[in-house]
Design a protein around this ligand. Structure first.
Ligand code: NAD
Length: 515
């Protein structure tokens, strides 16, 4: 949706989001396709007149520019969302359902184009990541279409001659901020949950993946009244922080790092606002001796989300393997990893694309370099031999480290890159203790053929989501979210939408004949 209707007088300034990889020339502003923010049903640039430029992390080429929004822009968007609230919160479930179903059809009609933009912008491989993510967007819109019908209350038999019942009320204006790793899916799940429950929203996507979100939400806008959904863009500490602290916002919903999540929670504390937080993880994958087989090895590789460069909050990045099968199982995992094709995200032969940006690349490489300096062994991958500019992008091979203690930095801090640490274990109590000795509690994976063992382990792990003998991603209907420092609230399910995006109002009516 590059704009054509923009009129502005201030000079255009361009700020690079990503460093240039191959000494490509700085973009000429006028030549770069522009995307605009969506406020009150219209398209708009930032009041500052400044722009951010998005380059592909896999090639360094400029894809487009988008507004560097400020607090003035988020304010306009919040006020538009507030104006739209009165009619949207009373719109019938059928109206909301029709809007979501029509939007899903429109997204489906443009699925491949959207997946390509997603792949170019994030470096995520088209076949393994970008197409499935757009498919998930369509599924989510269809799943939540009928959610409003399910926002039911209860009757309470507490007092004679008093009819007490509850109804679910939307909070009002939701401020939502999302990260770049699954930008379309994580945006749409928040939009669908909040809007289906009668809230309106101002959404800010990540600066590394704003264009695809603007494209997807532009499709949604065609089916929504003005102001119900507003999308602003810019830098987190600028417009993101301003949006979260806007006095007319009624609910905060954030997906991203635990560090920023903490600051969102502090902001919420100032006004006693409800919050949903989907934060970081360092999830354990535990392999029992009866599962030393290739199917489990493939599952562990899938759970590590290597095909998303490990940039997943649910990555099973701490691999605990029973000592009796440690070497043989690790060989199976290394064999499976060695078959992954790393390269051009748009090539259908590619399994794994590029890391999102220079900062993240440097961070991941420094974790690996420090671990190796501390005596770890890289069974696969390691510090890249070639410089990023020689490869054309922020590419890194999938890396498996051994020889580290469970308390080493690479083994207990979230790296958010293609790095898995493998650790042997010898007793169930010991591995449970190590798995739970984390500030995070997002996901966990158990691999065992023995049903009693698997169910016992599922009960013992401190995590919002335990998968047994599988390692898939989130799906509609699953109440997904973390415990401990991984977050507050549940997403992806209608129950999560009701719990996280409405409050229960009790109504008591005297029905006696003599008041
Ligand atoms: P991040 O916290 O740096 O940024 C996330 C979003 O917050 C971006 O849109 C950014 O612009 C914005 N932001 C940054 N500073 C802000 C501030 N002061 N106020 C308001 N907004 C601000 O995280 P990231 O690096 O983009 O994403 C990676 C993190 O997200 C990882 O920790 C990962 O585990 C987590 N994540 C969690 C889930 C989940 O469901 N639990 C899903 C995906 C990613």
């Amino acid at each position: 949706m590059p704009a054509t209707d923009l009129s502005q007088s201030s000079p255009e300034l361009v700020v690079e989001v990503r460093a240039d990889l191959r000494d490509l020339p700085a973009p000429e502003v006028a030549e770069v396709a522009r995307w605009l923010m969506q406020v009150d049903g219209g398209l708009t640039a930032s009041e500052s007149g400044e722009w951010l430029v998005s380059r592909s992390p896999a090639t360094g080429h400029v894809i487009g520019r988008f507004p560097r929004g400020t607090g003035a822009d988020s304010r306009r968007a919040v006020l538009a969302a507030r104006r739209a609230l009165a009619t949207w919160r009373t719109a019938s479930p059928a109206v909301r359902e029709a809007a979501f179903l029509a939007a899903a059809d429109d997204v489906e009609a443009r699925a491949d184009e959207l997946a390509r933009l997603l792949s170019r912008e994030t470096g995520n491989a088209l076949r393994t990541q970008a197409r499935p993510e757009i498919a998930s967007v369509i599924d989510l819109l269809r799943y939540f279409a009928g959610a409003a019908y399910q926002a039911q209350g209860v009757t309470v038999p507490a007092l004679p001659d008093v009819l007490t019942y509850t109804i679910r009320e939307p909070f009002g204006v939701v401020a939502a901020v999302v990260p770049w790793n699954a930008p379309a899916q994580l945006s749409v799940v928040k939009i669908a949950m909040a809007l289906s429950m009668g809230n309106t929203m101002v959404l800010k996507p990540a600066e590394d993946a704003s264009l695809v979100v603007l494209e997807v939400t532009a499709i949604l806008q065609r089916h929504l009244p003005p102001g119900v959904l507003n999308v602003v863009t810019g830098l987190g500490p600028e417009i993101g922080a301003a949006l979260m602290s806007d006095p007319d916002v009624d609910k905060l919903s954030f997906t991203g790092s635990t560090a920023v999540g903490r600051s969102v929670l502090a902001t919420a504390a100032q006004r006693i606002l409800p919050v949903s937080l989907e934060l970081g993880g360092k999830s354990p994958a535990i392999v029992f001796p009866d599962s030393d087989d290739d199917r489990t090895a493939a599952g562990v590789v899938a759970g590590m989300r290597f095909t998303r460069q490990g940039q997943s909050c649910t990555a099973g990045s701490r691999l605990f393997v029973h000592e009796s099968v440690f070497e043989s199982f690790l060989q199976r995992v290394a064999d499976a990893v060695s078959r992954l094709v790393v390269g051009d995200p748009l090539d259908d032969a590619t399994d794994m694309g590029s890391i999102i940006n220079e900062k993240q690349y440097a961070r991941v490489v420094s974790y690996v370099a420090s671990a190796l300096a501390d005596g770890a062994t890289a069974r696969t991958g390691g510090v890249p031999q070639r410089e990023p500019h020689q490869q054309g992008g922020w590419f890194m091979q999938p890396t498996i480290l051994t020889g580290l203690d469970a308390t080493a930095a690479a083994a207990c801090e979230e790296i958010f890159g293609p790095v898995m640490v493998a650790i042997p274990w010898h007793s169930e109590d010991e591995v449970v203790e190590q798995a739970n000795a984390s500030s995070y509690g997002l996901a966990g994976y158990v691999w065992s053929r023995d049903v009693a063992t698997a169910l016992r382990m599922a009960g013992r792990l401190q995590a919002g989501w335990v998968q047994v003998n599988r390692a898939g991603g989130q799906y509609p209907g699953l109440s997904y979210g973390g415990t401990k420092e991984s977050g507050i609230g549940r997403e992806f399910s209608i129950q999560g939408a009701i719990d996280s995006y409405t409050y229960a109002k009790s109504v008591s009516v005297d029905v006696s004949t003599q008041p």
